[in-house]
Ligand binder design. Sequence first.
Ligand SMILES: Cc1cc2nc3c(=O)[nH]c(=O)nc-3n(C[C@H](O)[C@H](O)[C@H](O)COP(=O)(O)OP(=O)(O)OC[C@H]3O[C@@H](n4cnc5c(N)ncnc54)[C@H](O)[C@@H]3O)c2cc1C
Length: 385
Amino acid sequence: MSSIKSTTIVGAGIAGLTAALALARKGIAARVLEQAPAFEEVGAGLQLSPNASRVLADLGLLDVLSTRWSEPDHILLSSGKSLAPLASVPAGQSARSRWGAPYGVLHRASLQAALVDAVWAEPLCTLETGRRIESVRDVPSGAPDEVLIAADGVWSTLRKAVPGALPARYSGNIAWRLLVPYAAAPPFLNPRTVTAFLGPHAHLVAYPLAEAQAFNIVAIHAQEDAPPEGWSRTGDTVARMRLQNAFAGWHADIGDLLNAAQAPLMWPLFGCPDGAWTDGKTVLIGDAAHAMTPFAAQGAAMAIEDAALLANRLAAATDVGEALRAFEKTRRERVARVRSRGAFNRFAYHARGPAALARNLVLALRKPESLAADFDWLYGYRTPD
Ligand SMILES: Cc1cc2nc3c(=O)[nH]c(=O)nc-3n(C[C@H](O)[C@H](O)[C@H](O)COP(=O)(O)OP(=O)(O)OC[C@H]3O[C@@H](n4cnc5c(N)ncnc54)[C@H](O)[C@@H]3O)c2cc1C
């Protein structure tokens, strides 16, 4: 029986809300403090792989999520130059049977709304908006043994409370996010797949968002210099030109899609180096601990896995410090492996010249089922008790 009765969680993003629910289901109260005055449509599409949807299913969210998301039939890798498929991994019903949970795509706001509703309905959770927490001193004092969970995202201010935690760094890549309504979508966008179009130093991912009746497009290109402070979120003329240049030489339909985009959002991509996550009282989770580039589409999934393990560890704890360190150790190994997969994808997706030819040849020789088997360790993962 745990000696921990209550926690304070800073940040009501994917990590904080999932942690609150997971803790409450183990009998531990969670007080969530969120800086935003209200929950707005922040972000864009998310792919939720089976390792994440399994946790959400265990928390009772699958029925509501199933009404909002779609489950693509395949995950495709395609050539950005010819649009021809290079490889296909079965998803849809195959994901459910192979990995025991669905592969869904939805708007981040839909996931956040489902989590907020579940947190509101949970008697052991409270959720306060308009509560910005700059430092540990701002956290309202609770029970003496209370655990502080910092789920305040990539720009975490509570990170500085943990000695050895490291701030986020620019990754050398820019993401652009845009929505293309189904009614205006060019025919090469497939409503039944997640497709990653690959090319030199860049790639573009497209998938349907059923709730928005639109395709979610993420175009990512390498850019050595970090955008200067003050660049608008929609990107200025120079930024738009760099986007066009990054995709010059690709299939004309992709160039046209990016040209026609109305006010796409520009997201310089940041990641956290491998620093400390806990001092034995405060623990960082989600992007606050290990923000990563989206090359493996696993940032939110790792936040959700963090939440599940943290709840298990705290529920079984007799010593908080030990429980938090055990949590950090287990999660660090898993996150490191996922990061390596992201780094591999970055190399493979953005390859050029002979490396790209070799990639295409290797992919052409692989059968869909054998490609799916490569993901068993990632998507088939189950949180330890
Ligand atoms: C282009 C792109 C595509 C992506 N695609 C995917 C994908 O397909 N699949 C996937 O799994 N992941 C994806 N990710 C990653 C994913 O979006 C993040 O990893 C995830 O949202 C992190 O969740 P979080 O709860 O840790 O942080 P956030 O979602 O950033 O939440 C942090 C919360 O804390 C609040 N907060 C911050 N500071 C304070 C403060 N001082 N006081 C109080 N509250 C505060 C914020 O308002 C916010 O609500 C993508 C990311 C990008 C950039």
